[in-house]
Design a protein around this ligand. Sequence first.
Ligand code: ATP
Ligand code: MG
Length: 739
Amino acid sequence: MSEPSSNFVRQIVSDDLREGRCTTVVTRFPPEPNGYLHIGHAKAICLGFGIAAEFGGRCHLRMDDTNPEKEDVSYVRAIQEDIRWLGFDWGEHLHHASDWFERLFDWAKLLIRTGKAYVDEQTEEQIRTNRGTVETPGVPSPWRNRPASESLDLFDAMNRGDFPDGAMVLRAKIDMGHPNMKMRDPLMYRIRNVPHHHAGDRWRVYPFYDWAHGQSDALEGITHSLCTLEFDNNRELYDWFLDQLPPDELPSRPHQYEFARLNLAYTVMSKRLLHALVREGHVDGWDDPRMPTIAGYRRRGYTPASIRDFVERVGVSKAANTVDPALLDACLREDLDATAPRVMVVLDPLPVTLDGAESRVLDAPSWPHDAPREGSRPVPFGPEVLIERADFEVEPPPGFKRLAPGRVVRLRHAGLVRYVSHELGPDGAVARVRCEVVGDEQKPSATLHWVCAADAVDVRVNVYDRLFLDPAPGQERDFRDDLNPASLRVVTAKAEPSVLAAALGSHLQFERVGFFYVEPERSTSGRPVFNRVVPLKDARARSAETPVEAPEEVERTKTVRTLTEVGRGLVARGLSEDQAQVLQDDASLRAWFDQATATGAEPSAVAGYVVTELPRLAREHGGLGALRFGGGELGALAELVGSGRITSTIAKQVLAILATEGGSPAAIVEERGLAPIDDRDALAALVAEVLADAPDKVAAWRGGRTGLHGFFVGQVMQRTGGRADAVVVRELVTAALTP
Ligand code: ATP
Ligand code: MG
């Protein structure tokens, strides 16, 4: 692990303590519970909690829950779980911005009474245009100088629910010509006639970030309020609000400091895009092992230590930077290299017959001799072994050091063998190699991993790759077009029998291949399922006696499956091989599948739900048995989607309702008004509305920011609650943008 290096935040805190500007450092991490935490948040978490711990202070966890429409308690729970997993603890200091709503409301009235705030009845659009530009001053609202008593009455009425959303807002009265646009009479409250997930239904007005944030900091006694650089311009307003309040009502006078966001190459991190990935089914939920969420990294098999080390190495600065995810992988390898036991697993097997070999059981060390751990496991050996297909070449290219005609290689732990001959299969590919056991006096050209054919066990391995192919997804085009279609390959690999004993949640190093994690969520039915966390790219991660090139060929091997008769039958009914594999191996899922297809639903459509959605629901609800519906309902749902009655996005919502409440899919769609919006005219009107609301973005699109296409589509989808057909919307957006 790397040593903490100094950074400007440490410097400020240490100066403040030394010079007595504060006695205890108190920081906070303020997530908005409108999605899962991502790796960027990990940076803010490590910084906030890390600085507090380092200087003997404390860090609060505050739910920045000022926007009830987008927030949900399920996110509140997930956020806490993720922070704990990262290794941090807020003790008694779990707070909610909404805990302060009463105080904020009273203070807002104080500002109205002292002539520092007013109720504005301009429309959102008018407020935007009248704010002016960086070059031109803003235009004062006609309501700016209304009597305080009138604003007070209106503000109370706003909160009683007397007005619809958007009818009026409360604004601070500062300076409409201020060079800092944030100071041009910023908004303090908006009307949202909805209850709040934490504060109940007391409120019909909700504070904006700027009004809530600094005041919450002060009320909690925060000393150092750390945030990302985009809040740079908000600092002046942060201070202005605090200056307007009676100092004796403020437990502390916090200061805001900004640091650069963490950006990762090949990754999207905006919650809006992460939401889209989940909603549109590009991934299997927020904790999909390919997601850049903390929950995703956890399920993939990254360790908390590797993430903390990564954040420390990235450092804290004011300069925006995009970091290569290879750095995180290096941190993981470093964390696991000394501890993860070695095993041998072949992902893409090629049979090798060994003349002169006898069946026996080897005692193979599980760690290299210089590792801090010791131990061994029995590894069966015999006259037929399997090696990686990529480890043999009939005509070796330059630099290829592994098995080839004429060569001697070492079979790890078993000794040396020399090539004798090989056979080609009917397809012209190598079908089998023959070798002979030779004595130790030869010099091997490489050491290969292998498994004994007679004793090998089949294991499911999820080989994960980047979710996006482009280093800057969405920059040149819609971010969906940058998705990596091969981000997950499911492989049935041949493994030495000891892997069956691997504990859930443990890590193994598959020799010469990579670090793997036994994923508890998917290792149901007692058989481990392995996620490849990272390949063994780094030459230093391999021991000196395995002089092979980086096993890139291994990574590129095609998917290998062992379909049984059941599996092949499923493929014949239209299922993909991946789906067939899962169903053949899992009898309980197969029972659901059989029930669902008995309703007459299309098998391939049903399989999609059974293979991806059911295991996820089962995980969330505590097992398949806890779900309030059965195969029959699933079949009915698949038919609704198949016949175009509902979109697949809506189907997921229906599934969520089915899981907890049961019922019939058709009735749920009917009662909750979930039928799709397929009226092209209505959708076109909505597209026009979205474009009209974002003239700056339309102009930017015309100026070449074509990635904004996805933004417009997302807005329309959002306004229809996901009920519009995304394909139609994309088409309509394109048509509306092109003159
Ligand atoms: P997004 O813009 O992705 O929706 P957000 O900033 O709105 O994220 P919040 O939940 O409000 O998400 O963030 C909580 C805290 O985490 C904030 O203080 C924010 O500055 C910080 N944070 C968010 N993204 C990053 C990042 N990429 N790097 C470092 N800190 C971040
Ligand atoms: Mg935010």
